[in-house]
Design a protein around this ligand. Structure first.
Ligand code: GFP
Length: 812
C-alpha cells in the first residue's frame, strides 16, 4: 500500500523560498534546458532558452501559489472572482521575474551564456486576450490583487487567436489571426480534470412547479491556470481561462470513415469556435449568437466552479455573500445574475426571492462606458433560442423591477422593445455598481441609471481606475525606475504615493539632467526597436507626441491627424519659423467592421506617406504608425513619449488608463476634461497639463445647435485649409474621393465635435511647442507629473474595491 502523501512534504511552501544564488539559478536553467526542452546550451535557440528560462522562473511562482491557495482554504477566507471577457496580460516572463525578485539573477546568468534578458524575452508572444483599456485594466487589477494579498481568481476565455493581428496594406488595416498559442505556452497549467458542461438552447418543461431546462447542445469548459504572482512574491492568485472542448461524441467517426471528413468534424469545430476569437464580428445574426454564447460559456463555467469551491467547505448557500464576491467587468458577464439564480433555484431548491437577494449580495458590476453601442442588448428571440431558462428568469426580474417603481408611468425595463438590456440587468442584480472615474460615475448616476439610482441610493460608487507601477514603470522604464530608486530609495513600487518625495528635485538642475537622460534612453530604446522591427527610423531628439489606443471616433484620432496636416501646411508656408521637430506617433486597431475608424487609419497612413516623404519638412515633422499595437509595444513606446494625447470628446471616455501610464512616465498631457484626465489634472496641477476643449455640458449644448459643424468650420480657416487639401486628393492622389464620406460627416454632422474643438486644440498645441522650447520648464513639469501620480496606482483602486464593494480582507 502506498503511503498517503502530504503534498507539502515536498517542501514547506509556507516558508518563503530563499532567492537563488546565480549558481543555483544557472543549474535550474540548464536542467530545464536539458530535461524540459531537450536541448544542450550549444544547440539551444533563443526559443529554447526562453522556454527553459520561463520554467526556471515559474518554479519560483509555484510555492507562493500553493501557499496562498492553501491558506485561503485553511482560513476559510472570502474570495474575489473577477469575471472578464478580456485579460490583456501581454508577456509574462519579465513581469514574473520582477515580481519574484529574480530579474538581476536572470540578467547575470543569461549574460554568462552571452545572452541578454531583453532578447530572450522579446520572443514571447503577447497574450492578446483583450482589445484595449478594459482588458488591460483587468490585467493590472489581477497583479494588484496578488500584490495586496487579496485572495482572488480571474476568470476569462482562452481565445486560441485572441484579437486579430493588424497590418497595413496601402495604408489600409488588414486583419489576420493572432497565433499566440502556436508554440508552447510555459505559463499554462492545464487542468483537464476541471471541466464543466455548458448547455445551450433546448427546451423547458415544468414539473411539480419547478422548471427543468434540457439544453439542446453542450460544450465542455476546460480549465487552464496561470499563476499571478504579486510583487515581492508573498502571494499569488490564479488566472483561470476556459477553453471550449467538444464532448467526444461530437466527432462522427462513422462519417469520417465513410470519407466525409469535413462533415464529420463540423459539430466539433462549431463547439471549438466558442474560444477561438475575441470579438467575432457581430454584425451578422450568427456572430451575435456566437458572442452571447461565449459570454454565457465564460459565465456558466466560472459560476459552476465558484459554487463547487464554496460547497466543498460550506453547506448554506444563503451565506454565499460572506465568502464570495463576483465582479462583472462590464456587461459581458451580466448573465451571471440569472445563471446563479438558476443554479440556486433549479438545482439547489432555493426560493426565487431568496436566491435573488443572495445573488445580489454576491455580485458587483463595473460600468466602463456610456456608449449605447457597448451597453449590450440582446434580442428576446436570440435569448430564447440560446438561453430559454435565463430569459424566463430575466422576465421575472423585470416584473419585479417594474413593481419596485410603483406607479411610474414609464418604468425602466430590463426587457423592452423585444430586447434584454444587459446594463439594467447587471445593475438590478448587483449590490454595488461602480464607474471608473469621478466624472464617469457622476454621468452613470445622472444619465445612464437615474431611476436605478433613485431606487437604490448608495448602490453606485466611484472607483477611479489605476495602473500597476510594477509593469508600467519598473518593467517598462528601467532607466527612470532606477533614477527614482537612486533618488528616494526602494519601496515606491508598492507605495506609489512616495513618488511625492521627488517633488523637491524638480528644481534641482542635476536631477533634471538625469531625468532628461533617462527619457533620452527610453527614446533610443524605442526607436532602436522600431527601426529593427518595423523599419521606421525616427530622430530621437524630436518631441514624441503619441496617441495610442483603440481606434474610435470619440477618442478623436481624427482631430490629431487633422491638426498634423495643419502643422505640416504651416511648416511649408514658413519653413524657417523655428519649429521644434515633432514626431506624431499613432498606434491602435479598429474593429474589423467599423468603417469610419478604418478610414481614419487609412488617412493617418496616407498623411504619413506624404509628410514623411516631403524633403522640405521631413526633418521637422514625421508621422509614425507602427502596426499591431499591443501591450509589449506600449511598454516601449510610453516611456519614450514627451506628449500624451488624451483628446476624447468630453463626457465620452469613461476613464482612460493610457493617460495614467504616460503621465507616470513623465509625458505631459494635452487633454480635454474627460474621464480620469480631470483627476490627473487635479493631482499634477493645472499648470502642468495642457487643457483644451469643450466641457461635458458644453458638448451637450453644442450638439443641440443645428449646423454647429458648419459654423465651427466657417470660423476656422486653418481647418478649412486642411479639409480642402484632403478633398483635393493631396493625400490620396490615386483616389481623390477616398475621404468624401469623412469630409461630408465633418461638414454636416460632426457628432464628436472635432471642428468645435479644433481651434482650442490648436492653441493648446502651440502652448506645448512654446513650453518644449524651454527645456527647464518642460523637465520641471514632467518631473512634477511623475511625482504626483501616486494616486493612480491600481493598488489604491484595489484597496477601494476590497473595502467598498467586496468586503474582503488582505491575507498579508
Ligand atoms: C474602456 C473605457 C476606458 C476605460 C477602460 C477601463 O476601455 O475609458 O479606461 O475601459 O475602465 F472606454 P477602452 O474601451 O477604451 O479600451
Amino acid at each position: 500500500m502506498s503511503q498517503p502523501i502530504d503534498a507539502f512534504e515536498l517542501r514547506d511552501a509556507a516558508a518563503a523560498q530563499p532567492a537563488p544564488t546565480p549558481a543555483q539559478f544557472r543549474q535550474a536553467l540548464l536542467r530545464h534546458l536539458q530535461y524540459t526542452v531537450g536541448k544542450s546550451p550549444q544547440k539551444a535557440s533563443l526559443f529554447d532558452w526562453r522556454i527553459a528560462l520561463s520554467h526556471a522562473v515559474r518554479d519560483h511562482a509555484v510555492d507562493p501559489w500553493f501557499n496562498a491557495t492553501r491558506r485561503t482554504w485553511d482560513e476559510d477566507r472570502k474570495r474575489v472572482y473577477y469575471l472578464s471577457m478580456e485579460f490583456l496580460i501581454g508577456r509574462l516572463l519579465e513581469d514574473q521575474a520582477i515580481n519574484l525578485g529574480l530579474r538581476e539573477v536572470v540578467v547575470q546568468v543569461l549574460g554568462e551564456f552571452g545572452l541578454s534578458f531583453a532578447e530572450v524575452a522579446e520572443g514571447e508572444p503577447d497574450a492578446a486576450l483583450g482589445n484595449g483599456g478594459l482588458g488591460r485594466l483587468a490585467a493590472c487589477y489581477l497583479e494588484s490583487m496578488a500584490t495586496m494579498g487579496c485572495p482572488a481568481y480571474g476568470y476569462g476565455l482562452r481565445y486560441e487567436h485572441g484579437l486579430f493581428r493588424q497590418h497595413f496594406e496601402n495604408g489600409r488595416q488588414i486583419e489576420t489571426p493572432e497565433n499566440w498559442l502556436a508554440t508552447d505556452n510555459p505559463w499554462d497549467f492545464t487542468r483537464p480534470e476541471v471541466a464543466y458542461p455548458v448547455g445551450f438552447g433546448g427546451a423547458l418543461a415544468e414539473h411539480n412547479g419547478a422548471w427543468i431546462w434540457s439544453p439542446g447542445s453542450q460544450v465542455l469548459a476546460s480549465a487552464h491556470d496561470t499563476p499571478v504572482v504579486g510583487y515581492g512574491g508573498k502571494w499569488a492568485n490564479t488566472l483561470r481561462l476556459w477553453a471550449a472542448m467538444p464532448s467526444a461524441d461530437l466527432f462522427d467517426l462513422n462519417r469520417f470513415n465513410a470519407g466525409d471528413f469535413a462533415a464529420a468534424s463540423e459539430p466539433e469545430a462549431l463547439a471549438r469556435s466558442l474560444s477561438r476569437v475575441l470579438y467575432p464580428n457581430d454584425t451578422t445574426d450568427g456572430g451575435k449568437e456566437l458572442r452571447l454564447s461565449q459570454e454565457y460559456f465564460l459565465t456558466s463555467a466560472s459560476v459552476q466552479d465558484i459554487l463547487r469551491r464554496y460547497l466543498a467547505a460550506h453547506q448554506d448557500l444563503l451565506k454565499l455573500p460572506e465568502f464570495v464576491a463576483i465582479q462583472m467587468n462590464d456587461t459581458h458577464p451580466a448573465i451571471a445574475g440569472p445563471e446563479l439564480i438558476r443554479l440556486l433555484v433549479d438545482e439547489h431548491g432555493v426560493n426565487f426571492d431568496t436566491a435573488v437577494q443572495t445573488v445580489t449580495g454576491v455580485l458587483g458590476y463595473t460600468n466602463h462606458t456610456l456608449l449605447p453601442e457597448a451597453l449590450e442588448r440582446w434580442s428576446v428571440g436570440l435569448m430564447r433560442k440560446v438561453l430559454p431558462r435565463h430569459l424566463q428568469i430575466i422576465e421575472t426580474l423585470d416584473t419585479q423591477f417594474i413593481q419596485l417603481q410603483g406607479s411610474a408611468p414609464d418604468p425602466v425595463r430590463l426587457v423592452s422593445n423585444d430586447q434584454v438590456s444587459m446594463g439594467d440587468l447587471a445593475f438590478a442584480t448587483s449590490h454595488k455598481v461602480n464607474g471608473v472615474s469621478a466624472l464617469h460615475t457622476e454621468l452613470v448616476s445622472k444619465d445612464l441609471f437615474p431611476v436605478h439610482n433613485e431606487l437604490h441610493p448608495g448602490r453606485i460608487v466611484n472607483i477611479t481606475n489605476g495602473i500597476t507601477p510594477r509593469r508600467w514603470l519598473k518593467l517598462a522604464n528601467p532607466s527612470l525606475a532606477t533614477l527614482i530608486t537612486d533618488t528616494i530609495g526602494a519601496g515606491w513600487e508598492t507605495d506609489l504615493e512616495r513618488l511625492r518625495e521627488l517633488e523637491p528635485y524638480a528644481d534641482d538642475p542635476a536631477f533634471r539632467d538625469a531625468f532628461g537622460r533617462s527619457k533620452r534612453q527610453a527614446k533610443e530604446h524605442f526607436t532602436g526597436w522600431l527601426a529593427q522591427e518595423h523599419g521606421i527610423e525616427l530622430p530621437a531628439d524630436a518631441l514624441f507626441d503619441a496617441q495610442v489606443k483603440r481606434l474610435h471616433e470619440y477618442k478623436r484620432q481624427l482631430l490629431n491627424i487633422l491638426w498634423t496636416i495643419a502643422h505640416w501646411q504651416r511648416i511649408k508656408r514658413d519653413p524657417q519659423a523655428g519649429w521644434a521637430p515633432r514626431v506624431k506617433i499613432f498606434g491602435g486597431k479598429a474593429a474589423p467592421s467599423y468603417h469610419m475608424a478604418k478610414l481614419i487609419i487609412q488617412l493617418i497612413n496616407d498623411v504619413a506617406n506624404v509628410v514623411n516623404n516631403d524633403p522640405e519638412t521631413s526633418h521637422l515633422l514625421r508621422v509614425a504608425y507602427p502596426p499591431n499595437y499591443g501591450v509589449s509595444m506600449a511598454e516601449k513606446l510610453i516611456p519614450a513619449a514627451d506628449l500624451s494625447e488624451q483628446i476624447s470628446t468630453a463626457g465620452m471616455e469613461a476613464s482612460g488608463t493610457g493617460n495614467m501610464k504616460f503621465a507616470l512616465n513623465g509625458a505631459l498631457t494635452i487633454g480635454t476634461l474627460d474621464g480620469a484626465n480631470v483627476e490627473i489634472r487635479e493631482h499634477v496641477g493645472a499648470e502642468n497639463f495642457f487643457l483644451f476643449g469643450l466641457t461635458t455640458e458644453q458638448v451637450a449644448e453644442r450638439r443641440a445647435q443645428p449646423g454647429h459643424a458648419r459654423t465651427a468650420l466657417e470660423a476656422s480657416q486653418t481647418l478649412r485649409d486642411v479639409l480642402q487639401a484632403i478633398a483635393e486628393g493631396v493625400f490620396s492622389p490615386d483616389d481623390r474621393h477616398r475621404y468624401d464620406g469623412l469630409l461630408d460627416a465633418m461638414w454636416n454632422s460632426d457628432w464628436f465635435l472635432v471642428a468645435s474643438d479644433f481651434e482650442d486644440y490648436d492653441r493648446a498645441q502651440s502652448e506645448v511647442a512654446d513650453c518644449y522650447g524651454d527645456p527647464d520648464r518642460w523637465q520641471r513639469m514632467a518631473i512634477l507629473n511623475v511625482a504626483r501620480m501616486g494616486y493612480f496606482s491600481s493598488d489604491r483602486s484595489i484597496r477601494e474595491y476590497m473595502s467598498q464593494i467586496w468586503n474582503v480582507e488582505s491575507a498579508l
